[in-house]
Design a protein around this ligand. Structure first.
Ligand SMILES: [Zn+2]
Length: 331
């Protein structure tokens, strides 16, 4: 008889088959680690995989993670009394959060086999919180399991990384995301193709954009504004920078710019293979032939630098945007 599972063979994930196989193999032989670190870009599937592993460890169904038992259900809803989700409130994950995590892990499981703490975006821990976390990783209580997610292993203390089994998740092929959107989410073919491309290999992004139409609408608005301001003169650009500096979700705005200009760069170099903004091909081709490769490369660099500076340094956002806009071509 065929074994039934609510999540299917690949634990309901799009891509990352090797990671699911590895973890399922360890579960089958009872050799799971005390701590796992899932790394990779935002929305690639790190949290979903950590959550599935927590379900698999505590599942009471026949084919863990079954997706149908009480434990699987409560963990999916993030409401299981033995599974704690920890993440930064504001910019950083502070020591208080790690202290309550430690308290949580020292208690015996309430109803499940394991007490599990899942730390999201572990790269946001403050130095003192990281030290406290290291202590827990060095001497975890017997029934405790710790799962961390982070953008990259390099953004954590090496001593933390060395205590975890690292599962590096990479971007998923566009064709695989496209197929999953059509077959699992019932997306119309054209929309599935666009979302898969725009996701740049991140299934989580594609799935949320398929669920929430405002994500695509917002992107369209950002591109329209960008094309308008790049046709304007210096003064208008400075005015725009001032407004943009106060915009909520500025990082998202710049990420859209970046992906658009990256496509223009690929086109100006004669490559069409890895384009993301496939619905803007005509405009992109116009821009690629109007502005030279050198000018386009400078634009890509300017956006990348600005994005980096406003997220990692205390640079004056308005000034940074003004400088960026001066480096952008006049369309
Ligand atoms: Zn289950």
């Amino acid at each position: 008889m065929e074994a039934m599972s609510g999540y299917g063979d690949n634990w309901g994930l799009i891509g990352h088959e090797w990671a699911v196989n590895l973890l399922a193999g360890r579960l089958a032989t009872g050799h799971t680690s005390h701590a796992y670190l899932f790394t990779g870009p935002a929305q690639v599937g790190k949290t979903t995989l950590a959550l599935r592993l927590a379900q698999a460890l505590n599942c009471t169904g026949a084919n863990p993670p079954c997706g149908g038992c009480r434990a699987c259900w409560l963990i999916e809803e993030r409401a299981h009394p033995d599974v704690l989700f920890v993440e930064a409130e504001g910019a950083s994950l502070k020591i208080d959060a790690i202290r309550s995590l430690q308290g949580f892990l020292t208690l015996r499981p309430f109803e499940a086999r394991y007490r599990i703490a899942i730390i999201l975006r572990a790269q946001e821990t403050t130095p003192s919180a990281a030290d406290a976390l290291l202590k827990t990783l060095e001497e975890p209580p017997p029934a405790a399991r710790l799962f961390l997610t982070a953008d990259a292993a390099g953004s954590l203390l090496p001593t933390i990384v060395s205590r975890c089994q690292v599962i590096p998740l990479r971007t998923v092929p566009v064709a695989q995301i496209e197929a999953a959107l059509r077959e699992q989410s019932g997306c119309p073919p054209e929309e599935a193709e666009l979302l898969a491309h725009l996701s740049a290999g991140r299934p989580g992004w594609a799935l949320s954009a398929a669920r929430e139409p405002q994500i695509l609408a917002q992107r369209a608005e950002i591109i329209e504004q960008m094309l308008t301001v790049l046709q304007a003169n210096r003064t208008a650009r400075f005015q725009y920078a001032e407004g943009l500096a106060r915009t909520e979700g500025l990082e998202n705005v710049l990420a859209v710019w970046q992906s658009w200009w990256r496509d223009a760069m690929l086109l100006s170099e004669g490559s069409r293979a890895r384009l993301l903004n496939v619905d803007h091909l005509a405009t992109l081709e116009q821009v690629a032939s109007h502005s030279g490769p050198e000018e386009i490369r400078r634009a890509v660099r300017a956006i990348r630098e600005t994005l980096k500076n406003i997220t990692t340094t205390n640079v004056n956002t308005r000034l940074a945007l003004e400088v960026m806009l001066l480096d952008m071509p006049y369309l």
